[in-house]
Design a protein around this ligand. Structure first.
Ligand code: SF4
Length: 612
C-alpha cells in the first residue's frame, strides 16, 4: 500500500486522498480477479456528490469476482507532492496504483474535465494516448453524458460505453472474463460487437476540403456503423449504502434518483434526449430507499434527484409520506429541480411545515415568446403565481436560472428578464421584507443530439453586452447576479461539438499545464488558444459557426434513439415559436424511441392514453 505520511501534511484537505470512509468496500485484492478503478476526473468533493459513481460502485462490487475502487483527480497541490515523491495515482480503497488495475474507467460528465483525464492517466504512469498503450496497460474506458460525442476524447480512450451502465456493464464484464488471455487488440474487437460499445480505434474519420467533418467509417468487421444507446426498461433499486465522506462535499446529503429521463422536451437540453424516456421508480421503493439511506449513512437530509423532481407523478404523496414516516429523524428534503407550473399547493405545504431548503426555478428567459422557442411553455403569470405562493409559505429567498444567447434572442427578450425578476421580487412583499433573489446567468451552449445542435453560439462580445444590460437593470439591493465566464462556455461549446482533431488541442493544452479547466482559479484560456493555433484550428469554427441541416456531424454514428428527423422538425418548430407538448401528458410525439422502448411503443399505439 502506498504510504502518504510524507506528503499529506503538505496539501489542503488531506482527507480527499485517505479513503477508509464509512461504507467504502474493500475486497481482497489478491483473491479478486477483475479489478476496476472508477475514476472521476474532478475533485473528491464534486465526485462524491454525483449519483453515477455510487450506482457503478454498487453494481460492480456486487459481482463476486470484481472489485471496484474509487479515484478522484488530485488538486494541483497534491499532484505536485505526488510527482515530487514519485507516487503514482492510486485508488482510495486499497491504495493500489491505477496501472495495476485491469480496467480504468472515467465518468465524463463535463467537457471541461477532459484535461484532467489526461493528467490522471499521466499521474498513474499510464500512457495518455491509447495508441501508445500496450497489453500490459489497463483497458481505459469512459461513460457518461459527454460520450454522446466521444470524438474529442477518441485518442485517449480505448472504448466508450454509450448509455446506461446498468444495461451495458454485465455484458462487458462477461466478455472481459471470457477474453482474459486475449491481446488488447483482440479484446477490443470482441468488445466492439457488444451493443452500446464504441471502440474509436476501429473507425476512420474523413474531412471535407473546407475542414468540415465528412464521415466516420468502420475499418474492422466487428465495428458497427452506428452505436445504439443502451438503456434499462425499468430502473433497478437505487443504491442505499453509498460511501459517506468524512469531509464536507458539494452536496453533503443522501440522494435518491426518483425517476430518470424527462419528457418536457426543452430544445436546448441534451439530458432531455439522452435519458429518454421517463422511467419512474415506484413510490414504495422510494419510501424504503430513503429509510435505508438514513439507517446506512446517518443522513437526515435527502435529495430527491431527477431532471425535474416536481414532475414525478406521486411527488406530493412521496414528500408527505416521507415527512410522516421519518419524522423522528428530523428529515430534511431537498428538491433540486422544480418546474414552476408543476408545484402543487400540497407539495408547498408539506415542504413549508418542515425545515426548508432553498428553492430554485429555471425560467431560462424573461419572454414567453423565447420560452416557446426553447419549448419551455410556461407563462410569466405561472411563474409569478408560483413565486407568490412560495413567498406566502414563508420562503424569503429564491434562486433563478436564466440563459443568455438562446437562438432568436433579441434585446427585448433580455430586457424582459429584468421585468420578470422585478415582478417576482414584488410578488413577495414590500420594503425590507422583499425576498432576496440569486440570479444565475449563463451563456447558452449548443449541444449535440438536441434540436439546437446546428446553431451558432453567440460571440463573447454579444454575450458580455447582454450581461452588462442585465447588470445595469438588476444592480440593486436584494438581487445578486452570478455570471459564468463566457470563455469557459465557449470552450464547452467547442469541446461538446468537436471532432476527433480536437484530441490534438486537448493534448497540447494539457501539456501547456491546463487542468481543472472548469475551476475559475485554474482556467487558462491563453493555453487553449495556443493549442488551437498549433493544431491549425480555431475555436470559432466549432462554437460560432452555424451548421446547415445537411452537414455531416461528428457524432452522427451515436444513435440516442431520437431520430435526426425529429430533431430537425423540433428546430423548425423553434424558429416558428411553435411548442411541442409534453409526451407524458399528451400523445406521443414520435421522437423515435417508440421503435425501441416498450412504454413508448404503448403510448405511440394508444395516443389518447394520458399518464395523469
Ligand atoms: S417515443 Fe413518444 S412517448 Fe416516447 S419519449 Fe418519444 S415522444 Fe415521448
Amino acid at each position: 500500500m502506498i504510504n502518504l505520511d510524507d506528503i499529506l501534511y503538505q496539501v489542503t484537505r488531506p482527507a480527499r486522498y485517505t479513503g477508509g470512509e464509512w461504507n467504502s468496500i474493500q475486497k481482497d485484492w489478491d483473491k479478486t480477479p477483475i479489478r476496476i478503478a472508477l475514476s472521476y476526473p474532478d475533485l473528491y468533493e464534486i465526485g462524491m456528490s454525483t449519483l453515477a459513481l455510487p450506482i457503478l460502485y454498487e453494481l460492480l462490487n456486487r459481482q463476486p469476482d470484481v472489485l471496484a475502487e474509487r479515484v478522484y483527480a488530485p488538486w494541483p497541490d497534491m499532484e505536485a507532492a505526488m510527482r515530487h515523491s514519485g507516487i503514482p495515482l492510486f485508488s482510495l480503497e486499497s491504495r493500489h496504483p491505477l496501472k495495476d488495475f485491469d480496467i480504468v474507467s472515467f465518468s465524463l460528465g463535463y467537457e471541461l474535465t477532459y484535461t484532467n483525464v489526461l493528467n490522471m492517466l499521466d499521474l498513474a504512469q499510464i500512457p495518455v494516448l491509447a495508441a501508445a498503450r500496450s497489453d500490459a496497460h489497463p483497458l481505459v474506458i469512459a461513460g457518461g453524458c459527454c460520450t454522446f460525442n466521444p470524438e474529442p476524447m477518441a485518442d485517449f480512450i480505448d472504448l466508450f460505453v454509450i448509455g446506461e451502465g446498468e444495461a451495458i456493464l454485465p455484458e462487458l464484464l462477461s466478455a472481459f472474463r471470457d477474453s482474459r488471455t486475449a491481446t488488447k487488440v483482440e479484446l477490443l474487437r470482441r468488445l466492439a460487437t457488444i451493443p452500446g460499445i464504441y471502440v474509436p480505434s476501429l473507425y476512420q474519420v474523413d474531412y471535407e476540403a473546407n475542414g468540415q467533418f465528412k464521415s466516420i467509417t468502420p475499418i474492422a468487421t466487428e465495428a458497427s456503423p452506428c452505436i445504439q444507446r443502451q438503456l434499462v426498461t425499468e430502473l433497478p433499486p437505487p443504491p442505499t449504502k453509498p460511501v459517506v465522506p468524512y469531509i464536507e462535499v458539494t452536496h453533503d446529503r443522501g440522494a435518491v434518483e426518483i425517476q430518470r429521463g424527462c419528457s418536457n422536451g426543452c430544445r436546448f437540453c441534451q439530458a432531455g434526449t439522452i435519458y429518454r424516456p421517463v422511467r419512474e421508480r415506484p413510490l414504495e421503493e422510494l419510501l424504503q430507499a430513503v429509510g435505508e439511506l438514513i439507517t446506512n449513512c446517518g443522513y437526515n437530509e435527502i435529495s430527491l434527484v431527477s431532471l425535474t423532481t416536481s414532475t414525478y407523478p406521486h411527488i406530493d404523496q412521496l414528500v408527505a409520506k416521507l415527512f410522516q414516516r421519518y419524522e423522528a429523524n428530523h428529515l430534511i428534503l431537498s428538491l433540486p429541480s422544480l418546474r414552476t407550473e408543476k408545484l402543487s399547493p400540497e407539495l408547498l405545504n408539506s415542504l413549508a411545515t418542515h425545515k426548508r431548503t432553498g428553492l430554485t426555478f429555471a425560467p431560462e428567459t424573461g419572454s414567453e415568446r423565447l420560452r416557446r422557442v426553447i419549448n419551455k411553455n410556461i407563462s410569466n403569470d405561472d411563474i409569478l403565481n408560483t413565486a407568490s405562493e412560495v413567498f406566502s409559505h414563508g420562503w424569503t429567498s429564491l434562486k433563478l436560472y436564466f440563459m443568455l444567447g438562446l437562438p432568436t434572442e433579441t434585446t427585448d427578450d433580455v430586457e424582459a428578464i429584468i421585468g420578470l425578476v422585478d415582478s417576482i421580487r414584488a410578488s413577495g412583499g414590500r420594503g425590507r421584507s422583499k425576498p432576496q433573489l440569486k440570479i444565475s446567468l449563463s451563456a447558452f451552449v449548443p449541444k449535440p443530439h438536441t434540436p439546437f445542435q446546428w446553431v451558432a453560439q453567440q460571440s463573447e462580445a454579444e454575450l458580455v453586452a447582454k450581461h452588462e444590460l442585465l447588470q445595469q437593470g438588476l444592480g440593486r439591493k436584494g438581487i445578486r447576479l452570478f455570471w459564468n465566464n463566457p470563455k469557459v462556455r465557449r470552450l464547452e461549446a467547442v469541446l461538446s461539438r468537436g471532432d476527433r482533431r480536437l484530441g490534438r488541442v486537448i493534448y497540447r493544452a494539457w501539456q501547456l499545464g491546463s487542468t481543472f479547466d472548469g475551476w475559475s482559479e485554474q482556467f487558462n484560456y491563453p493555453n487553449w488558444l495556443q493549442a488551437f493555433k498549433e493544431a491549425n484550428l480555431t475555436p470559432d469554427f466549432y462554437a460560432q459557426r452555424e451548421r446547415s441541416l445537411d452537414e455531416a456531424l461528428p457524432w452522427s454514428h451515436i444513435d440516442t434513439g431520437v431520430t435526426l428527423a425529429f430533431l430537425k422538425r423540433e428546430y423548425q418548430y423553434a424558429l416558428k415559436n411553435r411548442v411541442t407538448p409534453d409526451c407524458r401528458y399528451h400523445p406521443c410525439n414520435s421522437c423515435g424511441l417508440q421503435r425501441w422502448h416498450p412504454t413508448c411503443q404503448q403510448r405511440y399505439q394508444s395516443p389518447n392514453q394520458s399518464r395523469r
